[in-house]
Design a protein around this ligand. Structure first.
Ligand code: ADP
Ligand code: MG
Length: 601
């Protein structure tokens, strides 16, 4: 069954299959009724529209109940520009898409501040405002009477670059644009852009620790999504020739959500299949017309129970986020570890750091220096503020008082993704990988902040973008070798044993080429042999000159690894020095070691 599915996925997502399908369709429309051509064109429009939800929700994890608004912005923009101002469709349609993108960009600012239910309400509000504006702005939209006389392929009033378009020609135009959109999206999904969107979707804090800004990633998602919805709306306007507010009411937003969710969020192919089914069905079964909503409702309810991952989840392999051609190019390269240029040269220092959560003082006037090239152990009882120190150092929290210095630069209050980009990278006490990503995909995410190629270069699969991707992939081979993950390169992280997940997180942090790495209890839950392996990796990092902060409870593990020890208790530094001195220190014994020994009994 799985082999069959993989085979099927391989066939239908192959570029040549897509080209053959398109050619078949192009031939078919020449020999069929205009009614069928109209439906086929509408399917393509819904394919583009569904992709806009796929980018926002499937990849970016942001919900929208107001997408008819973007669709409508595109439709009215091209309608007014062509009908009232006589602009050519070749100009007005791209402008309509851009206006949709601009609307998405603007909406991303308020939308970026809210989540889940509140985000759903906010986007619903956006859709409702758009609907009311269309109804009231009579001079532009025709109000409830609608806007007729929009150049239309069906009425033979449309033309592009002066060439009149009949329905067949219009279908071809929309087909070519849809193919381009699908190709660009498919490249983009399997690039740093798609991976970043999915990482933010999964865990914003973990994404931030890898140099990915959730705010700008969400802006990208909304902008792209608005652009695609605007494009779909513009094509819709010239398909039907008449625009009334009802076409952009909330049911249109719901309809496209249904198409996208039932198709399978995250899967481009799933969106295409679902758009075809959901556009064709109501047309074919006219009797459904009055009950469309009930049918949609039933299918949606049913689908989420039976097909939680949609049609794509049933018949296709899960989408992947690396291009096979990039992998092939990487194989031609020598796997090599690459270290940060500043390794061993800049010190991270915290000075008088205090962090309060309400009435609780988690860190109380903490000062310490991570000496370049040294391993500093940070130990202390649970709740003593160790993780908080890492979080403040890496920009997840702002300090209440005091500052964090990187060399001579004050980096306190800098957001997490900027700190990571400066070469200070951390791992989490609870591994925070993207569970559905393979080990290799997760590791590639680690290299995000090193990437210099634009999203556009990635979407066009330009040689420079492919070279960069191959360079990182080759480095990943070496990192996997070092961390014992080579055999699991293509295994999804959620089916990996716990110990390997921990290794994968350390490996991912290494892929960011840090000069300073903060490991928050990396050995927790590891077996003896896994701990030995981890010790080996940490030694390798030290040999390469990395500055390491290691939070750990196992004294045996720390013994022959560490240079300095800092002990925290209730947010205060109670000891600073070497490990032997620590063992004899009365304050440490009272606060920590005594308790540790009791636990071990
Ligand atoms: P450790 O890592 O040493 O076990 P933490 O740094 O996680 O300790 O926690 C130190 C104290 O700060 C604990 O009392 C914890 O409950 C509190 N704390 C940590 N993060 C938060 C937060 N985001 N909000 C409120 N309290 C927090
Ligand atoms: Mg902790």
């Amino acid at each position: 069954m799985t082999a069959l599915r993989s085979h099927f996925t391989g066939v239908i997502t192959h570029p040549w299959f897509v080209v053959a399908l398109a050619a078949g369709l192009a031939f078919f429309v020449m020999n069929t009724t205009t009614g069928t051509v109209q439906i086929l064109t509408f399917i393509l429009i819904n394919v583009i529209f569904a992709q806009s939800i796929n980018v926002l929700t499937g990849l970016g994890g942001q919900i929208s109940l107001g997408h008819a608004g973007f669709f409508g912005i595109g439709a009215y923009c091209t309608a007014v520009l062509t009908r009232t101002y006589g602009l050519d469709m070749a100009v007005s349609i791209p402008l309509a898409a851009l206006l949709g993108g601009a609307a998405g960009y603007l909406l991303s600012f308020p939308a970026g501040r809210v989540r889940e239910v509140y985000l759903a309400m906010m986007t619903l509000g956006f859709g409702m405002i758009f609907y009311e504006v269309v109804r009231e702005w009579v001079s532009v939209t025709g109000g409830t009477m609608g806007l007729s006389g929009v150049p239309s392929a069906a009425l033979r009033t449309a033309s592009i670059l002066g060439v009149p378009l009949n329905q067949i020609a219009y279908f071809w135009v929309v087909l070519v644009v849809t193919l381009i959109v699908v190709a660009l999206l498919s490249n983009m999904t399997r690039s740093h852009v798609g991976r970043a969107l999915f990482a933010v979707h999964h865990n914003e804090v973990a994404a931030g620790s890898l140099g990915i800004s959730h705010a700008s990633t969400k802006r990208t998602a909304y902008t792209l999504s608005g652009l695609l919805a605007g494009l779909a709306g513009a094509f819709y306007a010239h398909l039907v020739g008449y625009l009334g507010p009802e076409s952009f009411a909330v049911h249109r937003s719901i309809e496209v959500l249904v198409i996208s969710i039932v198709g399978g969020l995250g899967s481009i192919a799933g969106q295409i299949i679902s758009a075809a089914i959901f556009t064709y069905l109501p047309e074919a079964l006219q009797a459904f017309a009055e009950f469309q909503f009930i049918v949609y409702g039933v299918i949606l309810t049913f689908s989420l129970i039976v097909l939680p991952k949609g049609i794509a989840g049933l018949i296709l392999d899960p989408p992947r986020f690396i291009r096979p051609s990039a992998l092939a190019a990487a194989r031609a390269r020598k796997p090599e570890l690459v270290w940060n240029d500043s390794v061993g040269r800049v010190a991270v220092k915290v000075e008088g750091l205090t962090k309060r959560f309400g009435g609780l003082t988690a860190l109380d006037d903490v000062s310490l220096t991570l000496k370049p090239g040294n391993i500093t152990a940070l130990i202390g009882p649970n709740g003593s503020g160790k993780s908080t120190l890492v979080n403040v150092t890496c920009g997840i929290y702002e300090p209440t008082e005091g500052r964090v210095m990187l060399g001579d630069t004050d980096i306190s209050g800098l957001p997490d993704y900027k700190v990571a980009a400066l070469g200070v990278v951390r791992t989490f006490q609870d591994p925070r990988l993207v569970p559905s990503f393979t080990v290799r995909e997760n590791l590639l995410l680690g290299a995000h902040c090193l990437g210099r190629q634009s999203g556009m270069a990635a979407a066009l699969a330009l040689p420079a973008a492919m070279r960069e991707e191959a360079e990182f992939l080759a480095e990943i081979e070496a990192v996997m070798e070092l961390t014992g993950l080579s055999d699991f390169a293509d295994t999804a992280v959620d089916s990996l044993p716990y110990g390997y997940r921990r290794m994968a997180e350390v490996a991912r942090a290494l892929m960011a080429r840090p000069h300073t790495i903060l490991l928050d209890e990396p050995a927790a839950g590891l077996s003896e042999s896994e701990m030995e392996m981890l010790g080996g990796i940490i030694r390798k990092m030290k040999e390469a000159g990395l500055t390491i902060m290691l939070i750990e409870h196992h004294m045996d593990f720390l013994n022959d690894l560490v240079d300095d020890v800092v002990v925290l208790d209730s947010g205060q530094v109670i000891y600073r020095g070497d490990i032997d001195g620590m063992r004899k220190d009365q304050a440490v014994i009272a606060a920590y070691l005594g308790q540790e020994e009791e636990e071990e009994v």
